[in-house]
Design a protein around this ligand. Structure first.
Ligand SMILES: [Zn+2]
Ligand SMILES: [Zn+2]
Length: 538
């Protein structure tokens, strides 16, 4: 007896194969039957309308949700987009392991990705990655979760925000921490080279760590050092890590910032194809927006971020240093990526500040005019008045360049979501990415066929992470499913109102349980923590 039976459903099975009709029987959380018969009775039969398509649940390879999960275990913003599995710990920013000595630094590091979301009480006790995964398990989340070990978190656990190279003994400790995380089930490791302390790592440090990731069949995902003027050398550097270690590489949130740099897109894809031809595993994922979001302190050269935000604010009180920092921002010496080089002061908009909501929605240039000070002083002023906690939107690409990248068969879909607390402005990508693609990129603009878009959301990320039972509608696979109305699906969230409800995500199932039923969240606690075991999954 099936638990649920989809009668004569239209199916986009995740492989890219054209939509076809079949019956689908679900039993014990698995897809037990696909075919034209009705082989046994079912506790419940579902008949979809002709516009509704049954797809594998979407797999978000870039979630940043570890803090948010403790606040909303339903993970409603993801679930309402059709996401059934989410991988967090991205961009070198992570929750564990905690070294209590450096908990303040870890909190500081995490502040920008969890604005307005309270840190969990038990955080300080998550001294091992295994302990962290256990805590997440206790939450009984509605969607499946998986986690990378984050290079920044490992480095903070060893030496806080100290920018000096690792000593042999520190390297050894970091390796031990990573090994513990991989043993516990981390899916790999991420780096964030534009954030402190990730930016202090050199090639040797990363290669040493990636050798361990490779031993466990994990993925190395990187927020590269430069996505703008020097993006090609960053791609080459990332591929070099894969070449030296054999690790599976994911270039995170693939983009090219700075409107004149779009010419690099074909060359990046050529480099990736050449690396694949060499036998390396190289992947790219992307969120479907021309603006990004990050913290304002990324406009400050790394060397002044040594010691964290508090140290930076102290440095800005010193007139000589302040002038030095001003010159370094205005005249980039080529040793770092300044997001302002891609956006200009008018393309960087304040999204959220700790203390000054009157600044929200205004560009740095606008604020400079209002306050009658140079735009670079606006940065210092905002950081000082908000304890360093300012998030910005970066308008650094054109829509058509985003669409060009999306069309490449090398590129899968992710959200890079920053899910913030109630009333805190944020980027819509965490709420609307999948409906946006299916409504705007597929139905309205026909950039790729519907089936290809579903492949980018399902089997592509499943294959990247070797999730053997996810990402496809086939017998024996996990019954993580989403029903999409392909005629109505659309995003309504934008930069002004990111949380506006999407349309056309009709039903979501996790492990065979209906967790979203035509607009209603059912709270079944159906999700699991997924652990990487020797390249397989449990
Ligand atoms: Zn990133
Ligand atoms: Zn990210």
């Amino acid at each position: 007896m099936f638990d649920r039976f989809f009668f004569h459903a239209s199916i986009a099975d995740g492989t890219g194969r054209p939509v076809y009709q079949a019956n689908v029987g679900i039993r014990n959380g698995k897809i037990a039957y696909i075919g034209s018969e009705i082989p046994e009775d079912s506790a419940e039969t579902v008949t979809l309308s002709p516009q509704e398509v049954l797809c594998p649940g979407f797999i978000d390879s870039h979630g940043h949700s570890e803090c948010y999960l403790f606040h909303d275990p339903t993970v409603a913003p993801k679930l309402k987009q059709g996401v059934t599995t989410e991988v967090s710990g991205n961009c070198g920013i992570g929750f564990a392991p905690v070294n209590p000595k450096y908990l303040a630094e870890l909190k500081d590091n995490f502040e920008g990705v969890a604005v307005g979301v309270p840190f969990p009480e038990q955080w300080s006790a998550m001294t091992t990655f295994r302990g962290f995964l256990r805590e997440v398990e206790e939450l009984h989340t509605e969607i499946n979760t998986a986690f990378y070990a984050a290079h920044g978190a490992l480095r903070i656990a060893v030496k806080g925000y100290d920018s000096s190279p690792l000593t042999a003994e520190e390297k050894e400790r970091m390796h031990r921490l990573l090994r513990e995380a991989m043993e516990a089930g981390a899916v790999g490791m991420t780096t964030g080279f534009v954030y402190a302390p990730g930016t202090y790592a050199d090639m040797d440090e990363i290669v040493g760590l990636c050798q361990i990731v490779q031993e466990y069949g994990g993925v190395y995902a990187t927020h590269m050092r430069d996505e703008g003027d020097r993006v090609l050398s960053s791609v080459e550097e990332s591929i070099e890590v894969a070449r030296r270690t054999g690790v599976r590489l994911l270039i995170s949130h693939h983009k090219v910032t700075g409107k004149t740099n779009a010419r690099f897109i074909p060359e990046i894809h050529r480099l990736v194809n050449a690396a694949r031809a060499e036998g390396l595993s190289v992947f790219l994922d992307q969120y479907p927006y021309s603006a990004g979001e990050t913290t304002l302190n990324t406009t400050i050269p790394y060397r002044y971020l040594d010691g964290g935000n508090q140290k930076l604010l102290e440095r800005l009180e010193n007139p000589t240093l302040r002038e030095e920092i001003t010159q370094a921002i205005l005249h980039n010496d080529g040793t770092w990526q300044n997001p302002l080089d891609s956006t200009g002061f008018d393309g960087m908009t304040v999204l959220h500040t700790k203390c000054h909501p009157e600044c929200h929605g205004k560009s740095l240039e606008q604020l400079a005019a209002e306050w009658a000070i140079p735009p670079v002083e606006v940065i210092f002023h905002l950081l000082k008045e908000n304890d360093g906690q300012v998030n910005c939107l970066l308008h650094f690409m054109t829509e058509s360049d985003v669409e060009t990248i999306f069309q490449s068969p090398l590129v899968s879909v992710c959200t890079d979501s920053l899910l913030f607390g109630d009333g805190v402005p944020t980027h819509p990508r965490g709420y609307a990415t999948y409906p946006r693609i299916l409504g705007r990129f597929v139905r309205e603009k026909q950039l790729v066929p519907f089936e290809e878009a579903i492949r980018k959301m399902t089997s592509m990320p499943a294959d990247l992470f070797s999730m053997k039972y996810k990402g496809r509608i086939q017998e024996g696979m996990d019954a993580d499913l989403v029903v999409v109305n392909r005629e109505t699906v659309i995003d309504r969230g934008d930069y002004q109102d990111p949380k506006a409800e999407n349309e056309g995500i009709q039903m979501v199932l996790v492990a065979g349980e209906v967790v979203l039923d035509r607009g209603t969240l059912t709270h079944r606690h159906a999700g699991s923590v997924l652990r990487n075991r020797d390249g397989g999954w449990s």
